[in-house]
Design a protein around this ligand. Structure first.
Ligand code: PLP
Length: 369
């Protein structure tokens, strides 16, 4: 999911992100955890996965966490766990990774893709209201870039009888007015793709919820719809978080509060330097991505010039879902999402990045803007 520019700049003076540096900083802990899974042969559905799930639920201040194979599967399993299926419609924002809409299609429902707020680029509540039909059963707010969709909107949708599945793939440990993502929605879904704020060494994901019935249903669906070892009373998936990934994630989860705080310090400095050239966020954001808005004309020139100087850059996302061939047919008019896709540029953000690196990037942005 890294673009060519991101990859090219990984070896530059300020990489877009640096997983090698991150893993080197905790190499011994990771080695011990991996060896222990091998020693116990705790590969699938065993102690390592259960242990991580308990730790992840505690970190998110919820009752249940269910580890699954990817963030995409987490979304699909949460939807189905909440009873969403054929004949239903789920409202999804137009500026997100394609998986948000893909998951709705996977469960046989119809995504209604709506526009985003012109400033925050998060799902626009007026467009949600306009897209609602009598088949709409759920909304999927996406905490894009680690910026949190206001919880009063989530509560409002729930008060109207809609289920809310938070796409928190980019928002581990993010909060809204002190309350964690996933504590308000009916379920919240995380990706542990390696570059995420909490990343595995492969694919992984999780569904969190305070509702026991939803958690049990997701746990059953991820494991072949299994009622007992060889009794399967419904069609499920094979989508279990494996033991090696769980062990890696449990080590990294211990460091996540400190890494998240580092991201906030770096983002604050970017904000001091770049001000309203950034896509704005509210307190509680966890800065998975640090996103500027140079505009349509300037974006490609700035992106190329920064990459030439060895600064890793990316675009999240260059194509709104309303223009995405696989799902565009489900989209309402999304002029704001399409403008965002044409105008944004992500700068380096990494939990072990130094403030001096932020200064260097901002000096270059000032010079090249
Ligand atoms: C907003 C969003 N939703 C869903 C996903 C899907 O997660 P995964 O790649 O783990 O399936 C991602 C990951 O890229 C994402 O960024």
């Amino acid at each position: 999911m890294m673009t060519t520019t991101e990859t090219a700049a990984l070896t530059g003076i300020v990489p877009f992100q640096d997983l090698g540096r991150l893993h080197a900083s905790i190499a011994e802990e990771l080695d011990d955890a991996i060896q222990s899974v091998i020693a116990q042969s705790s590969f699938v559905g065993a102690a390592a996965a259960r242990s991580f799930e308990a730790a992840f639920a505690a970190a998110d201040a919820v009752e249940h966490a269910v580890g699954v194979g990817s963030g995409t599967d987490a979304l699909a399993l949460a939807l189905r766990g909440l009873g969403v299926g054929p004949g239903d419609e789920v409202i999804v924002p137009s500026l997100t990774f394609v998986a948000s809409a893909e998951a709705v299609v996977h469960v046989g429902a119809v995504p209604r893709i709506v526009d985003v707020d012109p400033d925050t680029l998060l799902i626009d509540p007026i467009s949600v209201a306009a897209a609602r039909t009598d088949r709409t059963v759920a909304v999927m707010p996406v905490h894009l870039y680690g910026h949190v969709v206001p919880f009063d909107l989530i509560r409002g949708w729930q008060a109207q009888g809609l289920k809310v599945v938070e796409d928190a793939a980019q928002a581990h440990l993010a909060t809204w007015r002190g309350q964690g993502v996933g504590t308000v929605g009916d379920a919240a879904c995380f990706s542990f793709y390696p570059g995420k704020n909490l990343g595995a060494m492969g694919d992984g994901g999780a569904v969190i919820t305070n509702d026991q019935a939803t958690a049990e249903r997701v746990a059953k669906l991820r494991d072949h719809g299994r009622e007992s070892k060889y009794l399967h009373d419904e069609i499920g998936w094979c989508s279990r978080l494996d033991g090696l990934q769980a062990a890696v994630l449990e080590v990294k989860l211990r460091h996540l509060p400190e890494w998240t705080e580092n991201r906030r310090v770096l983002a604050d400095r970017y904000l001091e330097r770049l001000g309203d050239r950034l896509v704005p966020w509210a307190d509680g954001a966890v800065h998975h991505l640090l996103v500027t808005r140079p505009g349509r004309e300037r974006r490609d020139r700035l992106s190329g010039a920064l990459a030439d100087r060895g600064v890793g850059v990316g675009v999240h996302y260059p194509v709104a879902l309303s223009d995405q061939p696989s799902v565009a047919t489900y989209a309402m008019e999304s002029p704001q999402a399409e403008a965002g896709a044409a105008e944004v540029l992500s700068l380096p953000m990494d939990p072990l990045m130094k403030l001096s690196e932020v200064e260097l990037v901002c000096d270059l942005v000032d010079e090249l803007w």
